[in-house]
Structure formats: C-alpha cells, structure tokens
Design a protein around this ligand. Structure first.
Ligand code: IPM
Ligand code: MG
Length: 360
C-alpha cells in the first residue's frame, strides 16, 4: 500500500518522538511491503516563529490531502504570554476543528511490566484496560468566550453542546463498546451544568439503539475518584471535551506514565483509502524541560502510529506488530527515565526507538 502521512513534529520533544515513530513506521513499510511518504508541515510554536501563525493554511491543505496526520506536541514557555495574539495550542485546536475530528480515542491500558512504575497500588491497577473517548470539537474549548483584555477584570468561556454533537460521539463510543466488553460509562456534571443535562438526555436516547451495551452515568468529580479506586471496572468511557482532557491526564498514571498513552482523533472525513482521516498524537505535551536532552519516552508516539495504521490505513497486522514490539522491549526491561523503577538502567529516546524497530 502507498500512504501519505503529514508529520507535524511541533515543539519541545515533538521532533524527538516523531523521529522515533517514523523510524518504526519505516521498518513496518519495509517488512510488510508498503510505501509511506512523509510530508513535514509546521504547526504550533514553530509555525508562529517561522510563518507568524500557529496554523498556516498550507498545513491545513496538506492535512486534508493526506491519509493520516502524525503529531508530536506543541507549546512552550516562550509562547506563553497571557496577552499573546496567537499560541501554539490554538493551532492544534483549529486543526482539530478544520478536520472535524470530533472523537478522540485514548486507550488506557496497563502494560503489566510497568505496574510498578505507577504511583498507584498494584492491587488497584490490575486488569486496567479502558478506552476513553473524549469529545474534541465542542464544549468550553470552542464556545463563545471573552478575554479579559487590558482591564483584566472579567473573562468567560462557554460550555456549549448541541444534540448532534453529543449524538455522534456517543455513537462512536457505543460502537467501540460493542467491540469490547459492552459497557459504557458516560461522564458529566448533570447535577450542576445545563450542557451536561442535555449530554445525559441525548446519551440515554442514543443508547436505546444499543440495548446490548450497559450504560452507567458517573459525575465527573466522582469519576476523578473512581478512576484511581476501581480503574479495572471501566470499559469505554465517554465525556465532553474539557472533562476528557483532565480525566485522561489522570488516567495516564494508571498506565505508569504520560509517556505511554497514544491517541487517535477521528471525524467524518475519509482519506483516499476510504478510511477515516485521523490525527494521531501522544497525549503528553511538549515537555520543554526535557526537550533536546534525548531522554523523552517515544512509546506514546510509536503506539500512536499503531493506531494510525489500524484506523486510517486498515493495517491491523502491522499495528499489532508495533504493539507487540513495544511489549517485547518492555519485557526485556528496557526503560526510558519516566517509566524506570528505582535502580533500573534507562535508555535514550533514540535507543528506545531503535529497539522497538528491531523487534518489528
Ligand atoms: C491534549 C492537550 C491539548 C488539549 C492542548 C495542548 C491544547 O492537553 O491534547 O490533551 O487541551 O486538548
Ligand atoms: Mg490534555
């Protein structure tokens, strides 16, 4: 198969982790007889510096033409001024919107080899394997807002949802649950927020079409607790944008490190293979504190490429090859600093990438 992948390396550790992911993809291409071409584009802080905007038009155009988009991370302190007209994160949000990527799949799976890397007790973690589906193009991220401006007195964001926005993401979650353990947990704050009451109502309605999937509603504050109290009881979790952002950082601790969690953002646009045009990225940020040191964990990005092969190219065996290679490398005790147990030797970003590539 021939596939064209737009690479948005971004800022901070972004270029380091996407390099390792490409290394692994290249070996997959060679072993399985595919041709992957990479089209590097600017987005985020690097785009502000070079082109004066966090999301250049040519980047959007390239993504719309591609089969899939691989993203490293965006952001950094140099672009973090409160009064800045543009910021790296705006580029990412605008890209999600431009590609209509409304469903963000964040699988949270504990690699048993890393059970001791987590801050949470082993007995609680055992059996953790959930898929969080975060709504990605609505809510407070995109609702009407008012910046505080010069006066710095009042500012607001609006958490707004429409029925179709809720319906389509709940359907994605219900379908995913059907292919898994048939349980869906919908997270909201229906005891306080109007948008959450609509969320719950629409979720109940949609789920009538899925009588084989068990539905539970959990309030977001309680969910923050249950995630670290009974993580293994969750199968598919669906939530609005901001709640999903917060809960998946928390959930990453169940997998040992933020450096382990991949993600796929999917919408309704199809690529040349008639599969979803997706954006694939680790859930972690640009980690400016360790950028350029060669110590970042590339596994979340490498695992994101497995999701890319699966969802945007339909290459399941190839995706499994990557996931299997990551497993084997972890079995051998190879660790980057973020997932090392006290005492174990750690390897550099590029060594981790080499070892995964070698096991494909
Ligand atoms: C994420 C990130 C982004 C978000 C930032 C970088 C805009 O935290 O993908 O989880 O808030 O969605
Ligand atoms: Mg986040």
């Amino acid at each position: 198969m021939e596939a064209s992948i737009v690479v948005l390396a971004g800022d901070g550790i972004g270029p380091e982790v996407t390099d390792e992911a490409k290394k692994v993809l290249d070996v997959v291409a060679q072993k399985f007889g595919h041709t992957f071409t990479y089209n590097h584009q600017l987005m985020g802080g690097c785009a502000i510096d070079k082109l004066g905007t966090s999301l250049p038009d040519e980047t959007v155009a390239a993504c719309l033409q591609a089969d899939a988009v691989l993203l490293g991370a965006v952001g950094g302190p140099q672009w973090d001024l409160p009064t800045a007209a543009d910021r790296p994160e705006r580029g990412l949000l605008a890209l999600r919107k431009a590609l209509n990527l409304f469903a963000n799949l964040r699988p949270v799976k504990l690699h048993p080899q890393l059970i001791r890397a987590s801050a949470i007790k082993e007995s609680v973690l055992e059996g953790t394997d959930m898929l969080v589906i975060r709504e990605l193009t609505g809510g407070a991220y995109f609702g009407p807002r008012q910046e505080a401006g010069e006066a710095g007195y009042e500012a607001y964001d609006t958490m707004i949802y429409t029925r179709p926005e809720i319906e389509r993401v709940v359907r994605v979650a219900a379908e995913a649950a059907r292919g898994r353990r048939k349980k869906l947990t919908s997270v909201d704050k229906a005891n306080v927020l109007a948008s959450s009451r609509l969320w719950r109502r629409v979720t109940v309605e949609v789920m009538q079409e899925y009588p084989d999937v068990e539905l539970e509603h959990v309030l977001v504050d309680a969910m923050a607790m249950h995630l670290i109290r009974r993580p293994a009881t969750f199968d598919v979790v669906v939530s609005e944008n901001l709640f999903g952002d917060i809960l998946t950082d928390e959930a990453s601790m169940l997998a040992g490190s933020m450096g382990m969690l991949p993600s796929a953002s999917l919408g309704d646009k199809l690529n040349a293979h008639d599969l979803p045009l997706g954006l694939y990225e680790p859930i972690h940020g640009s980690a400016p504190d360790i950028a350029g040191k060669g110590i970042a964990n590339p596994l979340a990005t490498i695992l994101s490429t497995a999701m890319l092969l699966r969802h945007s190219l339909g290459l399941e065996a190839e995706a499994l090859a990557i996931e299997g290679a990551v497993d084997q490398v972890l079995n051998q005790g190879v660790r980057t600093a973020d997932i090392s147990d006290t005492g174990s030797e750690t390897v550099a970003t590029s060594v981790m990438g080499d070892l995964v590539a070698r096991h494909i």
